[in-house]
Design a protein around this ligand. Structure first.
Ligand code: C2O
Ligand code: CU
Length: 513
């Protein structure tokens, strides 16, 4: 379906109002509901699933240290919007087709509130998975200011539930952020980027099976989803009217599998100030931004000297990054447009800070353990591609079991051809380096033969992270402090089709040794 660009204004998701606020805590109730939403001016309304019936969900804003309770309520219909492949782990026929569980991505959350994939629940909490513990989740928000996001994490269904619309932003504020004099209020704009495909009637299209359906199974999971339209905050190719001044954008790649490599056609710089998990030490001016699924970026764009200009935000990341099809310059190559058409309402006194504060860099010698974890592509029993972590499946016994309070180095050995964004629940980590190695030699002998010197992190990755790109043919090393909770969590690739089909593993934080 061919849709006109830049005809709908960019929506800003509303900030969620609590059901109750007291001195000691804030309580929210959030219902997941099916509803109809206009995603493009020229298209019939689209049936979506949204938190509070909104796609994307309302933004939850908290301050550091605020104790927050959320009752996540499944009020969805009994039939799923999309066909379900029952050969996928955890999605067997006997299990309810509509099941949900909410994960706060990047949150340092106790295990019972973390949205474990088997902690799913159905409408009215009628049925629930084996790990279900509680109806009201608890978040203590001890982390410093950053952009988290909440999204569905139900076992075997995450790709379809998020595709239906179940995702939203969660911003933590703190005093330090307030002291930096960043563009704020209406000059701080979230941009939740996704790709989608639509049918003529406006409904969301998700393939029933891969194009070359080797398995003959239908419905059958696809290796990764790529849509033909770009949706920002729930609108296809929107525009945003801006004043000639600085704006702060909170970018989130909430796509199933698509990477975004962003540039401005005005040739101007983005000033990156933060990563997934808070501020960089120094702001950096960059011509382009690379954003894998689930990564966030905190950037400032200065429109000051651009009165009357139309500036297009473009994308040129291929599918199956970095090896797949190039973008179509007319569709997936375009994200949205900034129109510098609003008069300046008052003098812009906000700044692009050069220094945001020191980061406590972790020394390698503090790590108690080194783990070597292969990311690989295999074939399943039906001949479909299957992606694995450390050659193991979801149901295999737990092998990653760090002690609470300890620091470890995890080496992700990517022997596949795709870049896999790896996310670890509970923790934040620092990227040490990446290094090329001989992939065939490793496949044959399980021995590492490095073929390059280590590459230092890109300037935009020199901060705390919770999702890290693991490029093909490289070993990506991260250093991870495990705290403050013990219990069972997960780590996985954040390409949702991979995560749903075995590229996810449980891990357990053990009591101190
Ligand atoms: Cu954003 Cu385990 O997920
Ligand atoms: Cu992957």
């Amino acid at each position: 379906m061919k849709l006109r660009k830049f005809v709908d204004p960019l929506p800003i998701p509303p900030v969620l109002k609590p059901s109750r606020r007291s001195e000691n805590y804030t309580y929210y109730e959030v219902s997941m509901k099916e509803s109809k939403q206009a995603i493009h001016r020229d298209m019939p309304e689209t049936t979506i699933w949204g938190y509070e019936g909104m796609y994307p969900g309302p933004t939850i804003e908290v301050v550091q240290g605020e104790k927050v309770y959320v009752k996540w309520i499944n009020d969805l219909p009994v039939h799923h919007l999309f066909p379900i492949d029952h050969t996928v782990h955890g999605a067997e026929k006997e299990i309810p087709n509509v099941r949900t569980v909410v994960h706060l991505h990047g949150g340092r959350t106790e295990p019972d509130s973390d949205g474990y994939p088997d902690a799913w629940f159905s409408k009215g909490f009628d049925e629930f998975g084996s790990f279900f513990q509680k109806r009201v989740y608890e978040y203590d928000n001890q982390q410093s200011s950053r952009a988290l996001w909440y999204h569905d994490h139900a076992i075997g269904l995450t790709r379809l539930n998020i595709y239906a619309g179940l995702a939203g932003l969660y911003l933590i504020r703190d005093w330090h952020e307030g002291s930096l004099n960043l563009p704020s209020g209406k000059y701080e704009v979230p941009l939740l980027l996704q790709d989608r495909s639509f049918k003529e009637d406006g409904s969301l299209a998700y393939p029933e099976h891969p194009k070359d359906n080797v398995s003959g199974i239908s419905p059958s999971i696809i290796p990764s989803f790529f849509g033909d339209s770009i949706v920002v905050n729930g609108k296809v190719w929107p525009y945003l009217e801006v004043e000639p001044r600085k704006y702060r954008f909170r970018l989130l790649n909430a796509a199933n599998a698509r990477f975004f490599h962003l540039t401005l056609d005005s040739g101007q710089l983005f000033y990156q100030i933060g990563t997934d998990s808070g501020f960089l030490e120094h702001s950096i001016g960059v011509k382009s931004l690379l954003l894998a699924p689930a990564e966030r970026l905190d950037v400032i764009i200065d429109f000051s000297n651009l009165i009357g200009k139309m500036i297009t935000l473009k994308n040129d990341a291929p599918t199956h990054f970095p090896i797949g099809d190039p973008v179509d310059p007319d569709t997936t190559g375009i994200i949205m447009q900034f129109q510098v058409t609003k008069p300046l309402s008052n003098i812009d006194t906000s700044v692009i800070p050069s220094f945001m504060g020191p980061i406590n860099w972790l020394a390698e010698h503090t790590a108690r353990n080194d783990r070597y974890l292969q990311l690989s592509e295999e074939k399943d029993q039906y001949g479909r591609p299957l992606f694995l972590l450390d050659q193991k499946k979801w149901d295999d016994p737990i092998t990653e079991n760090p002690h609470v309070g300890s620091t470890e180095i995890w080496n992700f050995i990517n022997t596949d051809e795709d870049d896999h964004p790896i996310h670890i629940h509970l923790v934040q980590f620092q990227l040490l380096d990446r290094r090329s190695f001989d992939v065939n030699h490793f496949k044959q002998t399980k021995q590492i033969k490095y073929t390059s010197r280590p590459f230092p992190p890109h300037p935009g990755e020199r901060g705390w992270k919770d999702t890290i790109r693991c490029p093909p043919g490289q070993i990506t090393r991260v250093i991870i402090p495990f705290f403050p909770y013990t219990g069972q969590y997960v780590w996985h690739c954040h390409m949702l089709e991979h995560e749903d089909y075995e590229m996810m593993r449980p891990y357990r934080v053990l009591p101190p040794s």
